[in-house]
Design a protein around this ligand. Structure first.
Ligand code: T3D
Length: 262
């Protein structure tokens, strides 16, 4: 446990705040460990039905802390592949594996792996002044932490290459227009909107929402036949939940559903 990620669990929502504001919430090892632990806990905690991720201060996350890397190591060559394999890839895999909706409130710049983490979340809201920067090309690196995968799927190859090869900042409004994120929101309303969204998800049929997330994630690599089979299997599972019975009962009785997340 350390204070590089603030965690607050209340009303079915785990609020996680990246908390190295002086470094624009850049990732060091401690923040990696804290974020991974907090997400893992939220994944398994039955009281948590939605996750809200944001950053403290004026940035969301500036990617890898460049003050903590040494490209001129005395005792050998740097192995960035090792860092990716040990820290970044497990983080992205964990985010995608959580069967609960994850809202990301991008409160300022999201650069390098910071943008990748945001794009791995399920519903991304960004303040109008926030920017997404594929900063990797400025320092001779390759977009990582799923950036090439997410960008290409979300905005297509032409725009993915434009962003990744130039490193030009993309503003929140354009990002929403391109389909990179869900919505751009006025800065002063971002946290309120993100909180409301997380609250409505936390009051939803958690199992069904989790299975929906799984189905949509599988769609980008499945054939239609595989996806039809998957939808059948997941629907079978959703159809066994008390929340499904409640949803149908509430509809029939013309009243709001009272989902319990089971
Ligand atoms: O290395 C591996 O293991 C491989 C993994 C790679 C994953 C990656 O994420 S690689 C990409 C790393 N990130 C970047 O290259 C982004 C670097 N930062 C920037 O380009 C700019 O800071 C921003 C565009 C994000 C924001 O610009 P601006 O003008 O709003 O702020 P600033 O003045 O540049 O930064 C404010 C402070 O934060 C400043 O510190 P100071 O001078 O006040 O003491 C700056 O050095 C610090 N900071 C910003 N980003 C980082 C950082 N410190 C360490 N690492 C950072 N990534």
């Amino acid at each position: 446990p350390n204070d590089t990620v603030l965690v607050e669990v209340a009303d079915g929502i785990a609020r996680l705040t990246l908390n190295r504001p002086d470094k624009l919430n850049a990732f060091n090892e401690a923040m990696h460990r804290a974020l991974h632990a907090a997400l893992d806990e939220a994944k398994w905690d039955e009281n948590v039905r939605a996750i809200l991720l944001t950053g403290a201060g004026r940035a969301f996350c500036a990617g890898q802390d460049l003050a903590e890397v040494d490209p001129h190591k005395a005792d050998g060559e740097p192995d960035l592949g090792e860092t990716i394999e040990r820290l970044y890839n497990p983080l992205i895999r964990l985010i995608r594996s959580i069967d609960k909706p994850i809202v990301c409130a991008v409160n300022g710049v999201a650069a390098g792996a910071g943008a990748s983490v945001a794009l791995a979340c399920d519903l991304v809201l960004a303040g109008r002044s926030a920017k997404f920067i594929q900063a990797f090309c400025k320092i001779g690196l390759v977009p990582d932490s799923g950036a090439t995968w997410a960008l290409t799927r979300l905005v297509g190859e032409a725009r993915a290459k434009g962003l990744a090869l130039t490193g030009r900042p993309l503003d929140a409004e354009t990002a929403a227009g391109w389909g990179l994120i869900w919505h751009a929101v006025d800065d002063q309303h971002l946290m309120e909107e993100a909180g409301k969204l997380a609250a409505s998800l936390a009051a939803g049929p958690t199992v069904g929402l989790g299975l929906t997330k799984r189905a949509i994630q599988a769609a980008s690599t499945n054939s239609l036949d595989d996806q039809l089979d998957l939808e059948r299997d997941l629907q079978r599972e959703a159809g066994l939940t008390p929340d499904y019975a409640e949803g149908v009962a509430a509809f029939t009785e013309k009243r709001p559903a009272n989902f319990t997340g089971r």
